[in-house]
Design a protein around this ligand. Structure first.
Ligand SMILES: Cc1ncc(COP(=O)(O)O)c(C=O)c1O
Length: 421
């Protein structure tokens, strides 16, 4: 007997990066040489000060439950960090610890959304936003990010959402943006703040790439006066400190909102392991030089990949303003080969060659607005990045193999061509 799952669970769409990662690992275990550019992870090591602090904390017995809001010293260290880096003026009571940044999508939705509420999401978008919104029975309202605006959120779209939606309740912002690399300016946030003033609209500002801005500097909507009471900003150690497996992050907001998120944490994950928080304090307080060096390495890798991809016929690749993703338009290649962009990604991994492959994602893994693009991360050594581009250059000329792949995977046939970009 097959007992049915809930309607929500039955309709869930997961983060494709993890599904492609599973295929890549399987192929590798079978002996294939795969350059893995599918997942947004770091090839660098966690700072030694963080590893040492965690080991010390474990030896000293910090291995039990802790407060749901986080350890007081962790919350204070995170408050110091955002004050120092972004000129905020927050205290420990404005911070909650979390398992990375992703958990705050769920906690934010639980804190604010009721069934039927409208949530504005700029698209392409991080794939776990819709499931977390839908988990509460709320409605995703998509607004397309335009390359012409360097993929920055358009405040006019916020005004339109507030004026026209029957129940406008929340906005998801993500700057620097995954997958496009767009970075919102302080003026963008000021204009968005003007639009939401005098409403009950709240904002989740997802900021995992806050240290990866390659032109100008990172801004948070929290910098705009009056936004703290309606904004939850989420940060993580995954990207800046190469600590994705530690599952550590924090959110900053008004103390009342933070307390509510603490109650919600209490009823689900209980707390973040105290020794993990000790590693985080050490990273925040004592690894900023190492972090900044790592960020420069990422920038160099992004430039390398952008320059190499830009030389390929049918591919247009702009330098992202932030993040460690490269988001080339492959519309020309896809239209010529009659394959969707995610089909192209899967062909590069599975179909182009028996012995070698490149793992990356089609832009449609981030919503229809991403179709016609690929997303590649820079999580491999330089020579592997160059190898990946050489491999792509050759693979897209092999029409016979593409035909064979499409015959086996008709779901990747391109029905109507992508607009040229
Ligand atoms: C936009 C965005 N939000 C959230 C996350 C999740 O971050 P973490 O793994 O630290 O929870 C990611 C990770 O790739 C991301 O790109």
């Amino acid at each position: 007997m097959s007992i049915p799952f809930s309607t929500f669970a039955s309709s869930i769409r997961v983060e494709t990066a993890f599904s492609v990662l599973a295929v890549a690992k399987l192929l590798k275990s079978e002996g294939k040489d795969v350059v893995e550019l599918e997942i947004g992870d770091s090839p660098f090591s966690t700072p030694a000060v963080a590893v040492d602090a965690a080991a010390r904390a474990i030896r000293e017995g910090q291995t039990r439950y802790g407060p749901s809001l986080g350890m007081p010293e962790y919350r204070a260290a995170a408050a110091r960090y955002v004050n120092r880096e972004y000129g905020l003026n927050v205290a420990a009571e404005n911070v909650i610890a979390g398992q990375g940044a992703k958990i705050f999508e769920q906690l934010f939705c639980e804190a604010f959304l009721n069934p039927g509420d409208g949530v504005l999401v700029f698209s392409p978008h991080f794939p776990t936003y819709p499931p977390n919104i839908e988990r509460r029975g709320a409605r995703v309202v998509l607004s397309r990010l335009e390359a012409a605006r360097e993929f920055r959120p358009d405040p006019a779209e916020v005004r339109r959402f507030i004026d026209r939606d029957p129940s406008p309740r929340a906005i998801f912002l993500n700057s620097p943006h995954n997958p496009t690399g767009g970075v919102a300016t302080l003026d963008d946030f000021r204009a968005i703040a003007d639009a939401v003033r005098d409403t009950e609209v709240v904002i989740l500002s997802d900021e995992p790439y806050d240290r990866m801005v390659w032109k100008g500097r990172h801004h948070s909507p929290l910098e705009v006066p009056g936004m703290m009471e309606r904004t939850v900003a989420a940060y993580t150690f995954s990207k800046s400190f190469s600590m994705s497996g530690w599952r550590l992050g924090f959110a900053v907001s008004d103390a009342r909102i933070i307390d509510m998120m603490g109650k919600l944490t209490n009823t689900t994950l209980s707390c973040v392991p105290p020794f993990v928080q000790m590693a985080g304090i050490a990273a925040l307080d004592n690894a900023s030089d190492e972090r900044d060096r790592t960020m420069q390495e990422f920038k160099r890798k992004v430039e390398l990949l952008v320059t190499a991809l830009g030389r390929l016929d049918g591919i247009t690749c702009a330098m992202p303003v932030g993040s460690f993703y490269v988001f080339p338009s492959v519309a020309g290649v896809c239209n010529r080969l009659g394959i969707t962009s995610h089909g192209l990604a899967m062909y590069l991994l599975e179909g182009a060659d028996e012995k070698r492959g490149v793992a990356c994602l089609g832009g449609e893994c981030f919503g229809d607005a991403g179709a016609g693009f690929l997303r590649l991360s820079c999580a491999e050594p330089d020579e592997r990045l160059t190898q990946a581009v050489d491999f792509i250059a050759d693979a897209v000329t092999r029409g016979d193999r593409v035909k064979k792949y499409l015959a086996a995977h008709p779901e990747y046939r391109l029905a109507a061509g992508y607009p040229a970009s």
